[in-house]
Design a protein around this ligand. Structure first.
Ligand code: F6R
Length: 241
């Protein structure tokens, strides 16, 4: 695990953007795993800027998002489809068919999960996976107790995640309680992982995943076993490390 300690959110975004761009330029058909939430917004802003400046192209890139709420239509403002389109996809030249987000409205959710997993494999696997981290140590929507070898599946969101994500909805009761999420086993297969963290609300989780024991109670602790992980986190997120 390499840890890059940065001053603030802006620097976290710039540093991750630099690595992302390097992989985008050096891999012929790069496959990226993408996250949503507030953490990677600055990274997407940086990538869009570089695209608009003519420095990069996503024409040969494929992306797979980590997760999507179940029951929110793609045009719902809080769906991850909407988030990705608004913040990233519609501003760049990625081919629509290469930008994958799980379909949380699928009639057969289990078939959707299996197909998503298969698509990732058929793409040759993820070259670079971007991760945020939940206050409870979750990655994607793999909550504490999720199996380390899990594949893409329908998952229940924990109380802590529902509360943390309520800030995006009118109230707590509007937050969907289920999602489709890549599994921890799926994430661990990525050739390279960058975990981003900003702010004091992540400090306890960061301490646990860097110094704590590897346990399914802290999903991100398994990253200690991955051979190419970079943590880019700011002072506040690393204040307990
Ligand atoms: C989002 C995701 C989640 C978030 C995590 C942190 O696709 O998979 O694991 O990365 O909940 O969310 P933020 O960045 O909003 O603090």
């Amino acid at each position: 695990m390499e840890i890059i300690r940065v001053e603030n959110y802006e620097e976290m975004s710039t540093r991750s953007c630099e690595i992302f761009v390097k992989r985008l330029k050096s891999i012929e058909f790069p496959v990226f795993g993408l996250a949503t939430g507030s953490t990677p917004m600055g990274l997407y802003r940086c990538l869009v800027k570089k695209f608009q400046a003519g420095e990069i192209s996503f024409k040969y890139a494929t992306t797979f998002n980590l997760d999507e709420y179940i029951g929110l239509p793609k045009d719902h403002e809080q769906s991850y489809h909407y988030y990705m389109n608004e913040l990233f996809f519609r501003h760049i030249d990625i081919l629509k068919e290469n930008a994958h987000v799980p379909n949380g409205m699928a009639e057969d959710l289990h078939a959707e999960c299996e197909q998503y997993e298969r698509l990732i494999e058929e793409s040759g696997g993820i070259d670079l996976q971007i991760l945020g981290i939940g206050e409870n140590g979750h990655i994607a929507f793999n909550e504490p107790g999720s199996p380390f070898n899990g594949k893409t599946a329908v998952v229940n969101l924990s109380e802590s995640t529902l509360k943390a994500n309520a800030r995006f909805f009118k109230n707590l009761y509007e937050v969907p309680t289920r999602a489709i999420s890549m599994g921890i086993g799926t994430i661990m297969k990525a050739k390279e992982i960058i975990l981003l963290a900003s702010g004091g609300t992540k400090a306890v989780a960061m301490k646990k995943i860097i110094h704590g024991e590897i346990t399914e109670d802290v999903p991100a602790s398994i990253l200690q076993k991955h051979k190419h992980v970079t943590i880019i986190a700011d002072e506040a997120a690393l204040s307990k490390v």
